[in-house]
Ligand binder design. Structure first.
Ligand code: GLY
Ligand code: MN
Ligand code: MN
Length: 519
């Protein structure tokens, strides 16, 4: 029960070359050859963040610090049912060290800078359970940092801070989205103790500085995201081939995640979202336990993480292999909105113009379909809407058109692609419009004359489009050379999706209802 796989905690760096076999069948096939060719792409085996880049990141962070001590804690060993260990993104960014219970201390003084990685000493008994860990000496050899035992962290900090240096903290939170609210981490507890002992201690957060550095991707990071996205696209293609009535969402999740691993990714970048029928309306559905029916749409939002870098890809498909007229109308509208956004991407262009283009396409299209009364039509809400305008288009398109940066977190925290920002080289981000016709969306609105009229007009149309949920999410990069579409490896035009679904896979290894319906 307590024995864990020795390989559970991974060193950083690329996974080894995977076996070259068809993801769904042991038999060689034309697809196998294509896959072999794809896996042989130059640069795949070399894809990793070079050691010197970590030092450059630390130097860039320290460039914004006058003097002081920088403390960044890594993730602690998970204990409850031993979920897979995952390093904290900002700690990973600054160290490349992917093992638990470590801390980084940088010191900047007039005399110069030092950088030390504090890690647990090796423990032969523990390594029987978890496999080899690095210990201070090997951590130092791997990272180029000085290595010390973690037990020396507190005395070292006490000694450094006794001289009156300020403390700069990189929060040890799992996702920086919640950094401001988290006070329960090991690092936060240590900082609180240091403060208690030194009432005059100056403490500043470096979270914003690290997140701004993380938002701009290096060539090595782009290479990892490109490969993670290629793997994700290939997994989506396999899922498209496998999806069929009678198949459970979980079986498709297994196809996706099995393909991630077979192609060399270490894990899903986030909980795989496999939503059919009404579940396609749930943005972060990850229970994945429904059996798909003919006539459903299936929305899959799933992507691989490679060397800690996560992609983010969504495709929507008809479970039966053919879109109904209503499904296709909404699908084509989402695709057109995505195209309108993408056409605006170029270095220096405002993100808001791209979002406005996508939104204009959706508003005009929903009005044309009769799902809203006009592109500008509004409704009366009980509470103020975002931007102060309760537009009917927002009843069906709930989230942004351009999405968010990807990187060490699937939502790279400093990288939301709306508002005042402009596209710049180094941006790697999603474009992910979605339209969701939730039959209950008009329920509970205030009973006003405007809402009564709207309900009377929209409800019959909505009944025809009920449970149509479509999101199409692709990954783009802005580089010095132009704009790169990273997720082109899986079809997104409706005809191409249907064509791929006609390529039924060989039965899945071990059987299952997807295999039965497709054999
Ligand atoms: N997969 C989460 C998102 O698309 O933002
Ligand atoms: Mn996304
Ligand atoms: Mn997504």
């Amino acid at each position: 029960m307590f024995a864990r796989s020795p390989s559970r905690v991974r060193p950083s760096g690329p996974r080894p070359m995977p076996c070259v076999r068809s993801p769904l069948s042991g038999a060689p096939s034309g697809r196998t050859l294509l896959l072999a060719a794809a896996l042989a792409l130059p640069g795949l085996a070399a894809a990793q963040v070079p050691a010197g880049e970590y030092a450059a990141r630390r130097a860039a962070l320290l460039a914004g610090v006058d003097s002081g001590v920088v403390l960044a804690y890594g993730a602690v060993e998970p204990v409850t049912h031993w979920p897979p260990f995952s390093q904290l993104p900002s700690f990973q960014y600054l160290t490349g060290h992917a093992e638990p219970n470590a801390a980084l201390v940088l010191v900047k003084r007039a005399a110069g800078t030092t950088a030390t990685l504090f890690v647990p000493p090796r423990n032969a008994r523990q390594e029987l359970y978890v496999g080899a860990r690095v210990g201070p000496a090997e951590a130092a050899a791997r990272t180029g940092l000085a290595g010390r035992p973690i037990a020396e962290l507190r005395p070292a900090l006490d000694s450094l801070l006794a001289g009156g240096l300020p403390l700069h903290v990189v929060s040890d939170v799992q996702t920086a989205d919640f950094a401001a609210a988290d006070t329960l981490t090991r690092g936060a507890a240590l900082v609180a103790a240091l403060r208690r002992d030194r009432p005059g201690l100056r403490v500043q957060s470096l979270d914003g500085a690290v997140l701004r550095l993380r938002a701009r991707k290096s060539a090595a990071e782009l290479a990892l995201l490109r490969r993670a996205t290629e793997i994700s696209a290939r997994a989506h293609a396999e899922a498209m081939r496998a999806a069929a009535p009678g198949c459970s969402e979980g079986e498709i999740q297994a196809v996706l995640e099995g393909t991630f691993r077979r192609l060399g990714a270490e894990r899903p970048g986030y909980g795989s979202i496999v939503g059919s029928g009404p579940n396609a309306l749930k943005l972060h559905w990850d229970v994945n336990d429904r059996t798909m029916q003919a006539g459903d749409l299936l929305l899959i939002d799933a992507a691989a993480a490679l060397a800690h870098y996560s992609s983010d890809v969504t495709r929507t498909m008809p479970v039966s292999g053919r879109f109904t007229a209503e499904q296709r109308a909404v699908y084509d509208l989402v695709l057109a909105a995505q195209g309108a956004f993408v056409r605006q991407i170029r270095a220096g262009a405002p993100v808001a113009a791209a979002s406005d283009s996508g939104r204009a396409v959706v508003a005009a299209g929903l009005a044309r379909l009769g799902l809203i009364e006009s592109p500008e039509a509004r409704y009366d809400a009980a509470a103020p809407c975002r931007d102060g305008v309760c537009a009917q288009v927002g009843l069906f398109a709930w989230h942004g058109y351009g999405g968010h940066g990807i990187g060490l977190e699937v939502h790279d925290p400093a990288g939301y692609y709306f508002g005042e920002r402009r596209f710049e080289p180094g941006d790697v981000f999603t474009v992910e419009p979605g339209i969701y016709v939730n039959p209950t969306v008009l329920d509970g609105l205030p009973d006003t004359p405007r809402n009564r009229a709207m309900r009377a007009r929209l409800r019959p149309v909505m009944a025809r489009y009920a449970n149509v949920g479509v999101r199409i999410e692709d990954v783009y990069a802005v580089t010095e050379r132009g704009v790169e579409w990273l997720s082109s490896g899986v079809p997104r035009e409706a005809d191409a999706v249907e064509a791929l679904m006609r390529e039924r896979p060989a039965p899945l290894p071990g059987g299952g209802s997807c295999g039965e319906t497709s054999s």
